[in-house]
Ligand binder design. Sequence first.
Ligand code: PMP
Length: 410
Amino acid sequence: MAFDVDALRKDFPILGRTLASGAPLVYLDSGATTQKPLAVLDAERDFYLTRNAAVHRGAHQLAGEATEAYEDARHTVARFIGAADDEVVFTKNTTEGINLVAYALGNAGRIGPGDRIVVTEMEHHANLVPWQQLAERTGATLDWFGLTDDGRLDLTRIDELLDERTRVLAVTHQSNVLGTLNPVRELADRAHAFGTLVVVDGAQSVPHRPVDVRRLGADFLAFSGHKMLGPNGIGVLWGRADLLGELPPFLTGGSMIEIVEMDRTTFLPPPQRFEAGVPMTAQAVGLAAAVDYLERLGMAEVAAYEETLTARALELLAEVPGVRVVGPADAADRGSAVSFTVDGVHPHDVGQVLDDRGVAVRVGHHCARPIVRRYGIPATTRASFYVYNTPAEVDALVEGVRAAQRFFAR
Ligand code: PMP
């Protein structure tokens, strides 16, 4: 193990909680949101205690210091993903980042009747519904890559789906339900041959593995701070500088304008053009602290450690009769979201038994309803691991699943 998990857990006081049932908390729901280390909480608090002011305005020292903190945070995030500072737009979350791109492309008139938008059947609703809506508004058609039985993209229709009519390919880098890691680079190279823009949902990849935007080969990448040890209410949209420069704004108002007349307005260049209103400054500072924390651990080490937990979960769950993991079976080429069904026990009941034992998982369709439909199941139970989870917690999960089986077999 490249880092000391027992020592690391001390940075997350919430992990020491005992629940109403008397059981200690086993938090296996980081795919939904992660816990925050003291360093992140301290960074936000310190900002409010010492430097709080509205950024990019104000002639006073405090406003200057707040602006510096905000722009330093942008620089930290940009460095983390191998981007230039002005390619990093702060948003509320992944959802807002994807909506920003979809609306801006629509407003720019870059999508029209007869054009095609391609998504996949494993998208989170955040990377599906905005494209459905854009297709509806513009008269474009929406099509998608289906899934194979083992939870990967079915690429057999690739020549049909990616051609000169395809304006946008929107794809998740790592599935929040199946754990699947998608071949974004290959897809992007194919798509770019036809001038197709590639929008990647990085909500589940950026927190868990090294992601370098140049190597990824996409045009846009959206992710959320709260899924990578950072605060709620801050997300990132990375876009290629030339593309951001060509796009009109999504939200309009203060902070993003150049000159306003009564009947017309000109806009600042990116990233300010896409950051209307007073931004989430303390949250950006907190996100930078989260990035520093992850960089101290090392993203390659984070990915390797999570892989050991995922491998353990897959191996132990495979030994439980009646448990079926939905998604790739090999921990080496997937992420740490492990979804499964238990024969004869509804996922909500599995979740309830686990909760009684202090094990926090998620049950349902995980905001990706087409996936559960594709596999003909009502819902799944999903455990998702992060840097602060231990092998013993994986064992507690599997023990809890066995307990649910015993309870409902009676
Ligand atoms: N995409 C994926 C793959 C996700 O897992 C999530 C969060 N569950 C989102 C998008 C949406 O993230 P947010 O709610 O932070 O916008």
